[in-house]
Design a protein around this ligand. Structure first.
Ligand SMILES: Nc1ncnc2c1ncn2[C@@H]1O[C@H](COP(=O)(O)OP(=O)(O)OP(=O)(O)O)[C@@H](O)[C@H]1O
Ligand SMILES: [Mg+2]
Length: 180
């Protein structure tokens, strides 16, 4: 996986598989402390201590189609490669928080890639889930909350094509303004 935005898509898929109704993606790029932090927080089924330990092991998965689960171990590896670390917090019945930290300027830090596409993919595929996105960079920020957008839309579905076009335009211009 080349881009962090694809890792994010993968980690959010875990949240959705765990029955999350709301997923928060928070990105902070702090150039002063040379850190990039990505958090994915969900209100899904959560994991106990033993599941959390196993989740970081590439040979563990609760999926029945395949014997290895790579989402979390690959992200942990991407963190370590750039002088960072992955933190996992979870509570059964409450939810999970994945926090990935990277040295921003590290030569081996993967680029974020196309975060707009990741967000649009998630919104089209799972309009019923509330998705919150916040990206902070050098004192500026961009945020999006599909729960608020759904409230404004009333009966119009979030994944109606004209709504998706408008969302795509606003996400791409918001991220561009931020210099992402
Ligand atoms: N947000 C989460 N909530 C609840 N359980 C989770 C969450 N994230 C991961 N898990 C558990 O950890 C396991 C490992 O996750 P991981 O993403 O590494 O692999 P996978 O999802 O099983 O397979 P892959 O991501 O390679 O398709 C999952 O099968 C699931 O049991
Ligand atoms: Mg996974």
């Amino acid at each position: 996986m080349q881009d962090l935005s694809l890792h994010i898509l993968d980690i959010v898929e875990n949240s959705l598989a765990a029955g999350a109704q709301r997923v928060e993606i928070r990105i902070e790029e702090d150039l002063q402390s040379d850190r990039m932090t990505i958090e994915i927080i969900d209100d899904g089924s959560g994991m106990d201590e033993e599941m959390m330990r196993k989740a970081l092991d590439p040979f563990f998965t609760t999926k029945t189609t395949r014997r290895v689960g790579l989402g979390l171990p690959l992200l942990a590896e991407a963190c370590r490669m750039s002088n960072g670390q992955l933190y996992l917090q979870s509570c059964p019945g409450k939810g999970t928080a994945v926090k990935a930290i990277f040295q921003h300027s590290h030569i081996d830090r993967k680029p974020l890639g196309n975060m707009g596409d990741t967000l649009i993919t998630l919104i089209i595929g799972h309009p019923e889930v509330d998705l919150f996105y916040e990206h902070r960079k050098e004192g500026a920020h961009f945020s999006l909350d599909t729960r608020e957008i759904k409230a404004d839309l009333g009966a119009v579905p979030l994944n109606a094509p004209p709504v998706i076009s408008a969302l795509r335009a606003s996400i791409f211009s918001g991220l561009e303004e931020l210099g992402v």
